[in-house]
Every structure is written in C-alpha cells, then in structure tokens.
Write a protein that binds this ligand. Structure first.
Ligand SMILES: *Cc1c(COP(=O)(O)O)cnc(C)c1O
Length: 361
C-alpha cells in the first residue's frame, strides 16, 4: 500500500486506523447486511451512530447540556450566512477580519443587516492577529465573530478577544479538536469537518441554548434556521450519514489516543519541528509573525517564485503532496492536522534541509 505524505489543508489526512475500520465495515456494518451509506437515517442502527458521535464529541471537548450540538449541511460557507440570518435580528454583527474566511462571512452578514468590523489585519496581508483586548462595539451589537485559525494565512488566536460580554461565535474549521478548549468562552463554535475530523460536506456546531431563536423566523428559509436542526435532532432532512459515521470513528480514535491534551502536545511538537527549522534556515522563512503562528497551517516561502516552484515539483517526486501554498499567499503551506504522524513532519524538515544544501548559493 502506498500512502503519500499528505500536507493538504483540506480535505486532509485521516487516521489510517479509521480508514481501515470504515473499509472493514463497508459491505456489512455490524452484521446488518448493508453499509452505512445504504441504511435508513431513521433506523435504530443509524440513530445509535449519530447519538454516539454526539456523546463522544461532547465528551472530547467537555460540552455541557446547555449547548446544542448540531450536524449540519452546506459546509462552513453556509454558516457564514446562517449566523447573521439567525442572530443579527435588527442589531449589528461585529467581526474581526483576519483573512479570506472572515471576509466571506462579513460579505454574507452585510446582506442581512448592520456589520461592524472592529479590527482587521488586512493592512499587512493578514500576517498577524489584531490586538483584541479593548475593542469598541456599537451599542446594538448582537455577537462578536472570529475565525480562530486562519487556514490560508496561517495565523491562529492564542488568546481569545475581550468580548465585553458579547456572545462569541468562532469558526474553528481548521483547528477543530486540535487542542483543549473551554466551551464556556463561546456562545457558538462551528466548523467544517474536512480539515481535522472527517469527510467533507458536514459542519458540526455547538450553540448555547439561549442564543437560538425560540420562535420560527418568518423570513428565513426553514433549512437555514438553527432551530429547525435542533428540533429535528440534526435530521429534519436526510443528513450526511456517511460523514457523521466517519467523524464518529475519528472521535473514538481521539479518545483512545489521549483526548485533546494529547492531540495538543503532538500538534505542538510537530509545529515546533517545522517552525524551528524555518527560523534557522537561510533559504526558507515563515510568512506570519511568530506570536500568532498557527499550530495547524504553516505557510512559508523562499522569497523566490522559481525556487518555490522547483521545491514543490521536487517534493512531489519525494512523495510529498499538497505543499503548494494558497494563491493569496504564494509559496508553500504545510498543514499538520491531528492525524498527521510526527514522522511525516520530520521527513519534510529533512527534505527541506537537503533542498537548502543543494540550492543555496
Ligand atoms: C475550509 C474552511 C472554511 C470553508 O469550509 P467549506 O466546508 O468549504 O465551506 C471555512 N472556514 C475555515 C476556517 C476553513 O478552514
């Protein structure tokens, strides 16, 4: 079997044990004579799968009963619109602009009501996280919205904003379950699962009960109301059964491997390996200020387009995949999610050292 060193930003690497278990279950899930893709979402078999996935997700983070956990469609992009549709309600949505994902969220929110961008790092091409310790919010503000890990630009909040009492809504798509978090700091977290948890096309959200409108919103489509999915147990319509099932396997894998403390330790070790090398290299350098660097996504460059292209081409021949950077940053990007073995990052650093030796003039 051939497995590439896959540094993709998403969809991304999954634990081999999980893929093997899904493969073993493929034709006959636990003796029921069919695969998870073929069974009714109203069956007891599937209800057990989604209930267990939710219970394990709550256990991993430590989510109490006053938060609803939802499995939603449409990817994180749909929540860019659902957040203002459900929570703006005549007031202002406050946003911190830290890159492509918040730009898109701001664009959607402007379609429904008032938006205040309280801080931004656009002046330096999003290479840092703005100081959010003492921001001004309009009086009618309804929520403060952040993207906690900026997958494209490689920045991450290592300290949450001072919300001054506003409900904090965080897009955690690309640092989901990468480290322990205190859910009580948030009114809502949500993320597409394809970065750090499972197959694309599913969002998992945890929303504090008091934030969710109790009445049907007359102008918001039924499928775009969080209340619909709360009332329907995430099965108002047919959910993404396959992705929910694989996420459930990944939750078991996280629990069996020490939970979020252990994930964080391993992720920090991996990131330190790469960043330490970048800080000492005479050829490569990271693109983000040190204190705001992401543990998950590390953009870097040689500063020379042709050399970057040569590096990417040679890396492919050496079994590395998806190291090309996002077009808005250029250069390279290494994404190192939970399921990535530390050995792959060691292989990458060794490859970079060798490339540097061969090409440094
Ligand atoms: C990938 C990503 C998204 C978009 O996810 P989709 O599932 O493609 O909609 C949104 N936010 C962040 C932080 C991401 O990394």
């Amino acid at each position: 079997m051939h497995r590439a060193y896959n540094f993709s930003a998403g969809p991304a690497v999954l634990p081999v044990e999980v893929l093997q278990e899904a493969a073993a279950d493929m034709l006959d899930y636990k003796g029921c004579g069919m695969s998870v893709m073929e069974m009714s979402h109203r069956s007891k078999m599937f209800q057990d799968i989604i209930d267990t996935a939710e219970a394990d997700f709550r256990k991993i983070i430590g989510i109490p009963d006053n938060y609803k956990v939802l499995f939603l469609h449409g990817g994180a992009h749909l929540d860019f619109a659902m957040v203002p549709m459900n929570f703006q309600q005549g007031g202002t949505g406050v946003y911190i602009n830290t890159g492509s994902w918040t730009k898109k969220a701001i664009k959607e929110a402007k379609k429904f009501g008032k938006v205040c961008v309280a801080a931004s790092s656009e002046d330096k091409n999003f290479t840092y996280i703005p100081d959010c310790s003492d921001l001004e919010f309009p009086e009618d503000s309804k929520y403060l919205y952040i993207c906690e890990n900026n997958t494209i630009f490689g920045t991450e909040y290592h300290k949450l904003p001072n919300t001054k009492g506003l409900p904090l809504i965080s897009d955690v798509s690309s640092n989901f379950l990468s480290r322990p978090m205190n859910i009580n700091d948030y009114a809502m977290i949500y993320g597409g699962v394809q970065k750090n948890i499972g197959p694309a096309g599913l969002v998992i959200a945890a929303i504090r009960e008091d934030l969710i409108p109790t009445e049907e919103l007359p102008t918001v489509p039924t499928m775009l109301q969080y209340k619909t999915h709360v009332d329907g147990g995430s099965m108002y319509n047919t959910p993404n059964c396959w992705s929910i099932y694989v996420c459930g396997l990944v939750f078991k894998w996280i629990l069996a491997n020490g939970g979020l403390e252990a994930m964080a330790k391993r992720n920090e070790e991996k990131a330190a390996l790469l960043y330490n090398y970048l800080d000492n290299s005479k050829m490569f350098h990271g693109t983000v200020v040190k204190e705001d660097r992401s543990v998950m996504n590390a953009p870097f460059t040689t500063g020379d387009k042709d050399l970057d292209a040569q590096f990417i081409a040679e890396s492919k021949k050496a079994n590395f995949e998806n190291l090309k950077g996002h077009r808005s940053v250029g250069g390279m990007r290494a994404s190192m999610y939970n399921a990535m073995p530390k050995a792959w990052v060691e292989e990458l650093v060794t490859f970079m050292e060798d490339f540097e030796k061969r090409n440094l003039k």
